[in-house]
Write a protein that binds this ligand. Structure first.
Ligand code: DLZ
Length: 194
């Protein structure tokens, strides 16, 4: 079915091989919390394993681009320095090779990162500067690093608009769920297109 608003249905996606990060701002935390919960619930529904979902926070939305950039870089370094099928302990003794337990976190770079923030317009120009700069910053990270960065930043004029988009008000819809879907879709497709 086609819808006027929203992304519509993607083909059934299997996120079981994905590692996904959610980085969220702490400003406007009562709205951030349901958005993050909604995103995480969809990741789990799509098969992403709990241990492969990393959630980090930063003070405000302004900090999101650098946080996404550093988290992704760190995940690349980790993946390069620690092969899967891990050698726990004595790495020269082949008898010490221990298979990675099924519930161990994956050591691959993140397949997608969701950046979550809530910017509410105030009386000054802060909103405009932060909204525009953060949008550009997140786009830059995703293109420079080739990792999908899901734009989970609400830029709203009132708190009520944000609450509607966090599904906190009757008739609203939790956009965090859409961000979770987008992360799985882009994680899977990015790996196909590699
Ligand atoms: C300063 C500020 C203001 C006024 N409003 C918001 C907001 O609505 N949402 C948000 O995520 N962050 C806000 N911040 C904080 C900035 O993003 C940033 O954390 C600080 O300027 C420190 O760099």
């Amino acid at each position: 079915m086609t819808t006027l608003k929203g992304p519509g249905e993607a083909a059934a996606l299997n996120g079981s091989q994905l590692r996904i990060a959610i980085v969220h701002a702490r400003w406007n935390s009562t709205i951030i919390e349901p958005l993050v919960a909604g995103a995480k619930a969809v990741l789990l529904k799509r098969g992403v394993k709990e241990q492969n979902i990393v959630i980090e926070s930063v003070a405000g939305s302004w900090e999101l681009p650098i946080a996404v950039q550093r988290l992704y870089s760190a995940s690349q370094v980790q993946a390069a320095s620690r092969p899967s099928g891990d050698l726990l302990g004595a790495s020269h003794d082949l008898r010490a090779v221990t298979p990675t337990p099924a519930d161990a976190p994956k050591k691959q770079p993140f397949d997608a990162i969701i950046a979550v923030g809530v910017l509410i317009k105030g009386d000054t120009m802060h909103f405009e500067y932060i909204a525009e700069t953060v949008s550009h910053g997140l786009m830059r990270v995703q293109l420079d690093f080739g990792v999908p960065v899901i734009f989970g930043v609400l830029t709203v004029l009132t708190e009520e608009q944000a609450q509607i988009r966090a599904g906190m008000i009757e008739g609203g819809h939790n956009h965090g769920e859409d961000w979770g879907e987008a992360a799985v879709e882009m994680g899977v497709k990015r790996n196909l297109w590699n």
